[in-house]
Ligand binder design. Structure first.
Ligand code: ATP
Ligand code: MG
Length: 402
């Protein structure tokens, strides 16, 4: 693999932790190069989320080299070639060069190699097979830099073959398009994804969800999402898909992306969130939140002004109220006013509870809950003005009347 142009190295490539790591590896005769997302994003001047390096020696050799230099090393996935290094407080993922020995569309059996081009060839897209030395010297065996500049997500090699090796690449194609692509989509890649869409059922829910949610998190994911749907890739995993119109409005409203909220935006109100949570292996917490975001009740009243907004915030809690509000794109009313209130107003706590009724002499039982809930409705309808004394009096009145 021949060196090419030079990248002006960002700080993380060429500072203390990086020097420490490279010194430890070089002392043992190991060549390491930054690879994948961190190089791609460095070229774009975008933030990176993790630092991956490819190394030309076996993981045991890497572990020994780090150990000898006093750099903390964790054998994260030695079988797959991955060692995590912790140098001066920074984490680096070091993976031995690999080639595929066997692929079944889901999991690959890999072998270690010292051939950089073999390692590059098993990566998915041209701009994900970029390597860089510590000084920024680039290795770009498939012209990924030009594709990146043009916003072209291009498979390395024959797209159908690459998808047959790993079907997840269909979803990655659209995910990377959402983040780095510009229209039009690479036609050969898109057609291969369409041809293979029917095979995605064999993937696991976690992996599908991870790709879909990462796609949704992109600054402007709607076009990539629509292309993904057009290719038929969501037929099996999200048949409830209801179009991207609500997503576009949500994005115009929200101040920061939220992937789960964006997922809710492409589903019809009233969708069974539990079923989706099971299918996509969402956490219980995420499933519950999705459930609130997709629920028909309570109906949001955005045109009723402060009183109605306060009642809504009290019922849902500030965070979920904001979710529902941002998603309620067809609900008339001053959503901006409601949003501002949800950011500044903390709902009070109901000043009475079941204990008060027991002290009044009522027997424990379901009636306690029913009375509290009735007084709560009364208190909310009165815009939280009733204080504890007034609420107690109301409780007493209702307890006697019933
Ligand atoms: P991100 O910034 O989203 O993490 P990334 O490029 O780092 O982007 P990862 O999913 O972290 O993406 O993968 C790291 C690298 O590993 C990729 O850049 C690519 O070279 C390779 N890779 C990951 N998954 C696959 C795959 N399914 N098929 C081929 N290569 C892959
Ligand atoms: Mg990554």
């Amino acid at each position: 693999m021949k060196p090419g142009a030079r990248l002006d190295p960002p700080a993380w490539m060429d500072d203390g932790p990086s020097h420490r790591l490279f010194a430890a590896l070089e002392a043992a005769g190991i060549t390491a190069r930054f690879v994948g997302g961190c190089v791609r994003n460095a070229l774009l001047g975008r933030a990176i989320d993790d630092i991956d390096l490819a190394v030309d020696k076996a993981p045991e050799t890497v572990l020994a080299a780090l150990g000898a230099a006093g750099v903390k090393a964790i054998p994260t996935g030695v079988k797959h070639g991955t060692v995590t290094a912790l140098a001066e407080g920074r984490t680096f993922e070091l993976t031995t060069l690999r080639r595929d020995v066997e692929t079944d569309g889901r999991r690959a059996v890999v072998a270690f190699t010292d051939d950089w081009l073999e390692d590059a060839s098993r990566r998915d897209f041209t701009f994900n097979a970029l390597y860089a030395d510590r000084d920024g010297t680039l290795y770009d065996p498939f012209d990924g830099r030009a594709d990146l500049a043009a916003g072209r997500v291009r498979f390395i090699g024959d797209a159908d073959r690459r998808i047959a090796e790993d079907r997840l690449r269909v979803l990655r194609f659209f995910r990377f398009h959402a983040w780095y692509g510009r229209p039009p989509l690479d036609a050969a890649g898109f057609e291969a994804c369409r041809r293979n869409a029917g095979t995605l059922g064999a993937l696991s829910g976690e992996r599908v969800a991870r790709e879909l949610l990462r796609l949704l998190e992109a600054p402007a994911p709607a076009d990539a999402l629509e292309a993904m749907v057009e290719a038929g890739t969501l037929d099996r995993w999200l048949p409830e898909y209801a179009g991207a119109a609500r997503l576009r409005t949500l994005i115009a409203r929200e101040s920061a992306p939220d992937r789960l909220r964006r997922l809710a935006a492409i589903l019809p109100v009233g969708t069974d969130a539990t079923a989706i949570g099971k299918r996509l292996r969402l956490s219980t917490q995420d499933s519950l939140r999705l459930g609130v975001m997709l629920a028909r009740e309570p109906v949001l009243d955005l045109s009723g002004g402060l009183r109605a907004w306060r009642a809504g915030i009290y019922r849902l809690g500030n965070k979920l109220y904001v979710d529902r509000l941002l998603l309620a794109v067809d609900t008339p009313g001053d959503w901006r006013g409601a949003l501002a209130l949800a950011g500044s107003w903390t709902p009070p706590e109901l000043p009475v509870n079941g204990g008060d009724l027991l002290r009044m002499g009522l027997a424990p039982g379901p009636r306690i809950g029913a009375l509290i809930s009735a007084v709560e409705d009364w208190w909310v309808a009165g815009d939280f003005e009733a204080d504890r004394a007034a609420c107690l009096a109301e409780l007493q009145r209702r307890a006697r009347a019933a």
